[in-house]
Write a protein that binds this ligand. Structure first.
Ligand SMILES: *Cc1c(COP(=O)(O)O)cnc(C)c1O
Length: 401
């Protein structure tokens, strides 16, 4: 949580031109209350102690930085290292943020927790921390995602939370977020909204980034220990952008490290059937923030397409838009087919079944490793494990159980 060294966001919540707080008046007070609570707590020694204690004892941090030997040999050009966020309790990076935000909710005396979820990982991570503190919990999920992520739906229910299937729009993550925001507007007095990515109105993009930055902080130490230099590149998939932001943020001033975000190219960016706003979008407002967005000429949000529920979102966190425009990070896209190929390859080469989201980051190695020689060290942020995606992949492969 070393957020002070970077000047962004500014006091109005902007990262350069992006971000802000485009919300109904009823939410302004709640956002200001959240911001002042966070600002008061974030450098408080007791708060930090509790946060890192929970990350250690409940989540199992630090997660290893692991040498991927067979994948490295497969490419033959540089060492590939895996940041094992898949080994966290609940199976993804999402828990880093929910552990932090539930402490804020507790501090603010909120009794009711709500969240949106796409692949269900944020729903599971939120239901988990709510169960731990005995708080009522409601998870909004697009009905399309309820179908394709049925395992996580059941996990959320087992954890004692209620799942609300959302039928509006494309019935995916964007619609779940709309519904969660609607709930929050109605119940703002007793309800804490745990947003699951570096999206939404200020101060959420900052808060979610800071809690996930534990990933990048560990990477600095682990890189020094394991290969005695900073990495040449960090590759991470980008949906809303929280796993990428958490890995990138502590490296922003470490200029020798290339930061590469991989978006969901769906059927191919050129087809328009994708979920890659940084590759093929224009600045616009969605869910309370100004950022790159997939929209048509009249500003209507376009339908997205991705095999991966967690990346199937037309917007992206505002800090990524700034990193793109400033040139500090690079944003590319890989298609569903390329991600599926990587899903199988990583499983067979490394004995690690990655999440379909994460498979997008792996797929980009086909392009990236050609740019390096043997001395390079490349880190892939393994944002989550693939158990939740087995049904989706089996169906695509034509396998019936
Ligand atoms: C939710 C999720 C993502 C996408 O979200 P970001 O905020 O972009 O990180 C990526 N990978 C996994 C495993 C996820 O659960």
């Amino acid at each position: 949580m070393k957020s002070d060294k970077n000047k962004f966001p500014d006091k109005n919540g902007f990262f350069g031109d992006y971000g802000g707080k485009f919300v109904p008046e009823t939410l302004m007070y709640a956002l200001e209350e959240l911001e002042s609570t966070y600002k008061n707590l974030k450098d408080n020694p007791e708060f930090k102690k509790q946060f890192y204690k929970d990350l250690s004892e409940f989540v199992g941090r630090p997660s290893p930085l692991y040498f991927a030997e067979r994948l490295t040999n497969h490419y033959g050009t540089g060492s590939i290292w895996l940041k094992r966020e898949d080994l966290n309790h609940t199976g993804a990076h999402k828990i880093n943020n929910t552990i932090g935000q539930i402490l804020l909710a507790k501090q603010m005396g909120k009794k009711r927790i709500i969240a949106e979820t796409g692949a269900g990982q944020h729903g599971v991570a939120t239901a988990t921390v709510a169960a731990r503190l005995g708080l009522e919990c409601h998870i909004y999920m697009g009905s399309e995602d309820v179908q394709r992520q049925s395992l996580n739906v059941y996990r959320i229910k087992l954890l004692g939370a209620e799942v609300h299937a959302v039928d509006s729009g494309s019935a995916t993550l964007k619609d779940a977020l709309n519904e969660a925001l609607r709930d929050w507007v109605t119940n703002v007095d007793d309800t804490y909204y745990i947003i699951g990515s570096v999206t939404g109105p200020h101060p959420y993009p900052m808060i979610v980034r800071d809690f996930n930055s534990v990933v990048g902080e560990e990477l600095i130490t682990q890189s020094q220990e394991l290969f005695n230099s900073m990495p040449d590149a960090i590759v991470a998939c980008v949906g809303g952008g929280s796993n990428a932001m958490g890995a990138f943020y502590p490296f922003i001033d470490i200029k020798e490290t290339r930061l590469i975000g991989v978006e969901a190219g769906g059927e191919g960016v050129e087809t328009g059937e994708h979920a890659a706003p940084l590759n093929d979008g224009m600045p616009g407002v969605l869910h309370g923030a100004l950022s790159y967005l997939m929209q048509d000429d009249s500003g209507q949000v376009k339908a997205t397409k991705s095999v991966s529920a967690g990346l199937d979102y037309p917007g992206v966190g505002p800090e990524h838009s700034w990193l793109k425009d400033s040139g500090r990070a690079e944003y590319v896209a890989v298609s569903d087919d390329e991600a599926l190929k990587a899903f199988h390859e990583v499983s067979e080469f490394e004995g690690i079944i990655p999440a379909l989201e994460t498979a997008h980051a792996f797929a980009y190695l086909d392009t990236l490793m050609k740019e390096f020689d043997k001395n390079a060290n490349v880190i892939v942020n393994v944002s989550g494990r693939g158990d939740k995606d087995i049904n989706t992949v089996a169906e695509i492969d034509g396998i019936k159980f």
